[in-house]
Design a protein around this ligand. Structure first.
Ligand code: CO
Length: 212
């Protein structure tokens, strides 16, 4: 059977199972969504947000791109962020990277990959900020792993640099920002960094008039 046909069959079984467990599940969800969490993850097929967190439809609002980046000119990411923070009023934003991320690894090589170079440039910048620390690590594996962690940390800080997050912090003391990393080899998530609402922001990136 072709792989896409299997998806449709699986879907029928899944929907039937959900209704069996909770007859009102879909009719309830069809009315509205109230997720408390925005998830920004990697597009990698091995890191499915709902599955690895045991969450059901309706629980997490999800944005995924290559290497879980928060790029401040990315209309897609910014639209998701604004909607999640200002309309859904999520309590938490989680950036979840993963060890073995192909995007991070590609950014650390000197190979040209076409259009994707533009995207990976943002990760090369993270490498440049932390070059001393990363280059001092003895093995390539350790360099890749550390870069995955540093990249997540930078993306969390990049969230805090947006006027969207700064305004929400002032107006409603949320969302909290979290940086996590997922290990493909054991399926476990490790928290790396947490910025509570109102955390100190490098003055260079602080907006004083977001409340106006
Ligand atoms: Co990845």
């Amino acid at each position: 059977m072709e792989s896409y046909k299997k998806l449709l069959l699986n879907n029928k079984v899944w929907a039937a199972n959900m209704v069996e467990k909770d007859p009102a599940f879909f009719s309830r969800l069809a009315k509205t969504q109230r997720p408390e969490i925005l998830w920004i993850g990697c597009s990698d097929s091995r890191v499915p947000a709902s599955e690895i967190t045991g969450t059901l439809p309706g629980e997490i609002f999800v944005h995924r791109n290559i290497a879980n980046m928060v790029v401040n000119t990315d209309l897609n990411l910014l639209s998701v962020l604004q909607y999640a923070v200002e309309v859904l009023k999520v309590r938490h934003v989680i950036v979840c990277g993963h060890y073995g991320c192909g995007g991070v690894q590609a950014a650390m090589t000197n190979q040209s990959l076409g259009l994707i170079n533009k995207w990976l440039r943002n990760i090369k910048d993270v490498y440049r900020f932390h070059r001393e620390e990363v280059d001092a690590l003895p093995t390539l594996q350790e360099k890749f792993d550390r870069m995955v962690e540093l990249n997540v940390q930078e993306q969390v800080h990049d969230l805090s640099k947006t006027s969207i997050v700064q305004r929400a912090w002032k107006q409603r003391g949320a969302p909290f920002l979290h940086g996590w990393v997922y290990r493909l080899s054991d399926g476990l998530i490790h928290p790396l960094i947490e910025l509570e609402a109102g955390s100190e922001i490098d003055p260079i990136y602080r907006y004083d008039n977001v409340d106006e």
